[in-house]
Ligand binder design. Sequence first.
Ligand SMILES: Nc1nc2c(ncn2[C@@H]2O[C@H](COP(=O)(O)OP(=O)(O)OP(=O)(O)O)[C@@H](O)[C@H]2O)c(=O)[nH]1
Length: 481
Amino acid sequence: MSNQAKWAFFSPEKPLANAINIFFVTTLFYFFGASLRLIDELSLFWPLNAVLAAVFVRNPFLNRAVYYFVSFSAMIVYDAFTTHWGWQSAVINLSNMVFIIIVSRLLLRYSRTQDESNWALNAFNLFYACLIGSILSSLLGAAGSNGPSSDYRQFLSLFADWFSEQFSTGVLMVPFLLMAKWPQWEKMPAFHLSKIYPLSGVIISVIASVAIGGAGSLAFPLPALIWCAIRYPLPITALLTLLTGGVEIILVANSIVVIHENQPLMVSEMFSARLGIATMAICPLIVSVSVDAINRLIKQTSLRADYDYLTGIYSRSGLYEALKTKMPSMHLPQHKLCVMLLDIDYFKRINDNYGHECGDVVLKAFAAQLSKVVGNQGLVARLGGEEFVVACSTDCEEQSYILAEKIRQSTELTAFRYQQQSLFITISIGLATTTPEKESLPDAFNILLAEADKYLYLSKRNGRNQTSMASFNALEVHSAQ
Ligand SMILES: Nc1nc2c(ncn2[C@@H]2O[C@H](COP(=O)(O)OP(=O)(O)OP(=O)(O)O)[C@@H](O)[C@H]2O)c(=O)[nH]1
């Protein structure tokens, strides 16, 4: 994942550092979880398992018996120093490891590659992975907590408690931990008041749950969270879902949201409430990953349509879009709009003599060279085959001609490399300029393109490797250069 590269806490090349860091992370979150247990309101959460599962998923190379063992050892050592160690501690900590290993293994199995676009596939899998991990680890955890007693009622009640805690913490925390990235402040869109409406919706609906109460009130934040899923990026939605779910669990457990008149809540009611909240929490996430996948698809499709697949410069449709969006800021009203149509001379011979692949290499290198010469003076596009177009804004016709000649001469002097050979090409250019008055830039461009086409034909007919244009004595510029 992208932010792993920036902050390499774990690395495939450093096994010792990995082991030390796993030991450290396990101890830190064991301490954190144990501290939460001391605060009554927060004793419902055990974040260690979700954190470690996310660490193992984000760093697939850590999924080895030795690292699992290091993590398990850290738990046992923590118990030995703070409480006691023995078979009960071993069984309970083994149950933590069961959750961590099952969730990370299942999620990795379902992810096809290791990039974040995958998480669209994993929203549903995440739910099942946490479910299976929680059931198996809770069986062991409840057995460990129950001890040698054969009281199956107590075992069931312990199991319900363990399971609902593991499952709800997993479903709420793992998505956020997997999607979390360092914020890129420079890429942050400008703040607009309307952006906080979905967040306000979540806050208002949580307040409404407290005010109205009853089992149904737990579902109040759902529409606002789905609104967040549509409006905010995936990691923000995952964070808001985690916070809302966590807050709801705390409110219910402390009878601030009253879902039952009898207080305190029976274990079975808390079990049901926690499962209900976790199940709801997955819905905004599914919407969010779907929206994210659709946005990626739209971006990819528009990239494909707007850019030429071979050269990476604008395609014809991309050029028209850029004429509408970018050209207005490049073109001053009194300036000339200039269109150059460029065609590589005798390009067929390159294909015939060196092969189509070589032709492709030359087209790509020529497009790069053309973009470099034009720079930010104009827009560069490939119209098709070996035909290119430049649209730019210049002070006068002479300046347009000078730029066209600069492009032509630099092409003539460039050695294009293919395998061990140097190839030289020339281009013919047709040039047309105008000062657009009433017509839009794309309309003026169309008129100029037709005119430039005529002058390109003239350049070809007059022997190629030259620039032709109307009503302007190019020779004067030649002698002035
Ligand atoms: N390698 C490669 N060749 C292409 C591509 N698109 C078009 N061509 C080739 O470009 C050549 C264009 O040939 P012509 O239209 O006869 O023009 P020319 O040989 O450049 O001659 P003049 O334009 O008259 O100087 C044809 O052989 C096409 O197959 C492409 O994407 N890659």
